[in-house]
Design a binder for this molecule. Structure first.
Ligand SMILES: Cc1cc2nc3c(=O)[nH]c(=O)nc-3n(C[C@H](O)[C@H](O)[C@H](O)COP(=O)(O)OP(=O)(O)OC[C@H]3O[C@@H](n4cnc5c(N)ncnc54)[C@H](O)[C@@H]3O)c2cc1C
Length: 413
């Protein structure tokens, strides 16, 4: 790791419309000049394209900030550099972008986790024609995609729960039927990556599932928005596939091995989810510290009371330890040292999701009634933080994996 200096503090001034003042927390994690430069690029886009007031408004109105997405894409933040050897986009770069976005524009961050997954799947498994038709517009910010795996019957044991089918047609191609649940950005996506069962003949439930890439406008696909408590500026949708006719050219990767293809990209998903959760924790901490330093009781700043100060220090410990684990896991994954990176990524995801839930809880306590204010950022962080306790994998399943693969304990399920 070529470290230089701790990453610098954000340069933008506090937004005067923000009812609570977030402070700029000094960056203490060592990082390379390249990572610092990338962090600064994201901050510049955020400073010029959004504000606390705009983030609140998008959340209140449940409207996706397509302008911010475009600005990020134009800055080249979807098309990030790949690691040497053509192995795919750099985990260090993706997690850096997502931490910065998670610290404020959480819903856009979540949508970019999905876009990065699309980039990875199309980069690894797309043929030349699919890369031209789908990957290039995605990288250029001219198209957005949704990833359709979870179903009404289950997300954790999704292979066994999968009822969506793709039936081969006598004249070639497939007929897609079924339903998907909780699909982020599905109503406005340009194309979908869909997992569907194509065979029941395999012994393992994870086999016999094929991955497809289909335009969202294909006849027979319909969506209904779901009202969720968090990530409200990115709509989640129920999707129905009713006699959807698709060609052979829609198959992404090897037929019957689609779920295995997805599992192979799960490391990146864990890291990217951890990065957004870390950003939420860091953003909440900067608001809580700002409030503690400016609100008074009993003639002193409330931050002078040890009960609050220690809670904020503990929150900072959560943020920095999750940040160090994540940086290490992302570097190891880029270096492809194999084996250990999976456990590090799982630990980083767990540390970041716990940082997000505990730091936002601390933030709500420190802010008293002001945490409840709908125009304030804290209640949004508090709600949004819940997502990464169960996505892309639940924390319980991550613990199962660490217990089995790292501690060598018997499989618990
Ligand atoms: C805002 C939002 C956005 C989402 N975006 C997408 C998306 O874009 N695409 C997509 O495909 N999906 C998406 N999802 C779905 C998400 O991935 C699932 O919610 C998640 O995988 C969990 O599945 P579930 O909700 O069905 O929970 P379940 O699988 O029903 O799990 C319920 C509980 O049982 C526990 N459990 C299950 N098995 C075990 C075990 N063996 N050991 C211990 N505990 C266990 C779980 O940990 C959890 O606590 C999204 C969900 C939300 C809410």
């Amino acid at each position: 790791m070529s470290t230089t200096a701790p990453h610098p503090a954000p340069t933008q001034a506090p937004d005067p419309l923000e009812p609570t003042r977030a402070v700029v927390l000094p960056g203490i994690r060592p990082e390379s000049a390249q990572v610092t430069e990338l962090r600064e690029r994201v901050r510049r886009v955020l400073a010029s394209s959004t504000s606390h007031a705009a983030l609140t408004q998008h959340d209140e109105d449940e409207v996706y900030d397509a302008g911010l997405y475009q600005a990020l894409a134009q800055e080249g933040l979807i098309r990030l550099e790949t690691v040497p050897g053509g192995r795919g986009p750099s985990h260090v770069s993706q997690t850096t972008v997502l931490e910065e976005l998670g610290a404020g524009a959480t819903s856009v961050a979540v949508s970019i986790v999905v876009q990065y997954m699309g980039v990875e799947l199309l980069h690894r498994y797309g043929n030349e024609e699919q890369q031209r038709a789908y990957l290039e517009p995605l990288l250029a910010g001219q198209a957005r995609m949704s990833f359709c795996l979870s179903e009404p019957g289950g997300g954790t044991d999704v292979a066994r729960a999968m009822r969506t089918t793709a039936t081969r047609l006598p004249g070639g191609g497939y007929r897609l039927d079924g339903a998907k649940k909780w699909i982020g950005g599905a109503s406005t996506a340009d194309f979908l990556i869909v997992l569907a069962r194509t065979s029941d003949e395999h012994r393992a439930a994870i086999d016999g599932i094929t991955m497809f890439v289909v335009p969202r406008s294909t006849p027979g696909i319909s969506s209904t928005p779901i009202d969720t408590m968090g990530i409200r500026a990115l709509e989640q949708a129920d999707l129905v596939f009713d006699d959807v006719r698709i060609g052979e050219d829609a198959v992404l990767g090897e037929p019957e091995r689609g779920f295995r293809h997805v599992l192979a990209t799960l490391n990146g998903e864990r890291l990217n989810g951890a990065a957004v959760a870390l950003g939420i924790a860091r953003g909440a901490l900067s608001h809580a510290v700002g409030h503690a330093g400016s609100r008074q009781a009993f003639g002193r700043d409330i931050g002078a009371f040890q009960a609050l100060q220690h809670a904020l220090v503990d929150a900072s410990l959560r943020v920095e330890s999750a940040g160090l684990l994540l940086a290490n896991a992302a570097e190891q994954s880029d270096a492809a040292t194999g084996g250990a990176n999976e456990t590090l990524s799982a630990l980083a995801k767990l540390a970041a999701s716990e940082a997000a839930t505990t730091v936002t809880d601390t933030g709500m306590r420190v802010m008293g009634g002001w945490g409840f204010l709908r125009q304030g950022a804290m209640q949004r962080y508090f709600r949004d933080a819940r997502l990464y306790t169960f996505a892309p994998l639940t924390d319980e399943m991550i613990r199962n994996a660490i217990g089995e693969k790292h501690l060598g304990l018997p499989r618990s399920y």
